[in-house]
Design a binder for this molecule. Structure first.
Ligand code: 0X9
Ligand code: ZN
Length: 434
């Protein structure tokens, strides 16, 4: 069922393009991403686990590592097969679409660069933030959480209604911590756009302050747009020494909570945790701002892919104290998305550890475990692996819309506003939070 379309396109393209320039392959491996053999290949930097469900994973394998990976999997009696002969032609197609969109947009001379019908690079997202800042007046404030190694700003946009008195919930949404997960900044920026322009979101602005980080990893994000070979980049662009051979830290393994669990200390690995917890300007700056905001009620970090809504913990399989409430709010999201998508987008809800295998040093565990944010989630956006990170353009707008609707319902439920508000208390003895 999965990869049907990708395989057809890829095989056709690959037939003519397996040359010295051929790129990495995607393999289907009949084991979850946290299987011991995959974890150890990942720690050695030999594979890159793109996504995984309980029964199998999709894994990126460089041509130079094919024999070693195949031998290790066979020795561990794990079945595997090549699913995409060469990912580069697929990436090239995506780049052509983006180029085409850009050229038609410039001839139309629109006010702000985002259209949420294709993916947008860092320049466009920064242009959009500038426009939002100018348009939103007192509703929008922009802060710089950090300046990266390559000189980019990690921007945090606070969107609030200064005319409504409160008390208000505090919602923090993080996007783009993993460079290649392009749908994540798309979703985050779309929610920002709704907050400022859509009357249906006004009520939520009156009951909640929104802190939005569209691109938590700007160096990595920009790099992933720079060439077909860079498209699958995940980490930031830290220079790890070793003559620049293996760059980057996985920013979702660098937070100072259970740092090192399910992470690698090998700079060549995709899940490299960094030399120290909070070694990176991005994580350090973001944790500082989050700590100073205090009392955040809801934290969401958007990733892809998998269609799962994950709650803590990631570092242990033990369920957290308020897992019942966490599941209840997650269900608000999942039910709304199912409804808005006409039944086509189904999310699985679960703890990160049980569903994905143990991994920490991630933002969600840190906000929950250190900051005490009661509702903390990682949302792995669509799809379930058919296209993976290379989500076709016609899925971008539907994904951002259905996800925004899900978030609208979650915050409405929490703040007792909008369509998902609980029944108002009839007498003072009715508890608002059950
Ligand atoms: O592994 C991750 O960082 C996330 N998955 S992804 O495929 N987007 O890389 C999941 C993180 C879930 N949270 C924790 N494990 N704490
Ligand atoms: Zn991710």
């Amino acid at each position: 069922m999965w990869c049907v379309v990708v395989v057809c396109v890829a095989l056709a393209a690959a037939a003519s393009s397996v040359t010295a320039e051929a790129g990495p392959q995607v393999w289907r491996v009949e084991a979850p991403g946290h299987h011991i053999v995959l974890r150890s290949l990942e720690n050695e930097g030999l594979v890159d686990v793109l996504g995984s469900v309980t029964s199998h994973s999709k894994v990126l394998v460089e041509r130079s590592a094919k024999e070693r990976v195949s031998r290790a999997l066979s020795e561990a009696q794990v079945e595997h097969k090549v699913e995409v002969e060469d990912v580069l032609p697929l990436i090239e197609q995506e780049r052509q679409h983006i180029r085409h969109k850009r050229s038609t947009r410039f001839t139309q001379n629109v006010a702000q660069p985002m259209d949420w019908t294709s993916f947008h690079d860092l320049d466009d997202i920064e242009g959009f933030i500038g426009w939002l800042n100018a348009t939103g007046g007192p509703f929008v404030q922009v802060a710089n959480a950090a300046t990266t190694q390559e000189g980019h700003k990690v921007l945090v946009v606070r969107i609030t209604d200064p005319n409504s008195p409160g008390p208000k919930k505090k919602v923090w949404i993080e996007g783009g911590i993993h460079a290649r997960e392009w749908i994540s900044p798309a979703v985050t920026s779309y929610i920002m756009y709704q907050l400022v322009t859509n009357p249906a979101w006004q009520e939520l602005l009156q009951v909640a302050d929104w802190y939005m980080v569209p691109v938590a990893n700007p160096d990595g994000y920009e790099f992933s747009f720079s060439s077909p070979r860079a498209r699958m980049w995940r980490k930031n662009r830290r220079n790890n020494g070793n003559s620049g051979q293996c760059r980057g830290v996985d920013l979702n393994r660098n937070w100072d909570f259970k740092w090192g669990v399910g992470a690698s200390n090998n700079p060549c690995s995709e899940t490299y945790m960094g030399p120290l917890a909070f070694s990176e300007p991005e994580t350090r700056g973001l944790q500082f701002l989050m700590s100073s905001v205090r009392d955040i009620d809801l934290f969401i970090t958007f990733h892809s892919f998998g269609q799962t809504i994950l709650y803590p913990w990631g570092w242990t399989r033990t369920a957290p104290a308020n897992s019942r409430q966490l599941k209840r709010l997650a269900k608000k999201f999942a039910d709304t998305v199912r409804e808005v998508s006409g039944g086509s987008t189904d999310y699985e809800i679960g703890g990160s550890g049980p569903l994905y295998g143990l991994a920490s040093g991630a933002t969600d565990d840190w906000t929950y475990g250190v900051l005490g944010v009661p509702y903390s989630y990682t949302i792995e956006l669509p799809d379930q692996g058919t296209y993976g990170f290379l989500l076709p353009e016609n899925r971008v707008s539907s994904t951002v819309m259905e996800t925004a609707a899900g978030v609208h319902c979650m915050v409405g439920f929490l703040a007792n506003a909008g369509q998902c508000a609980r029944r108002r208390a009839r007498n003072p003895h009715n508890r608002i939070f059950g």
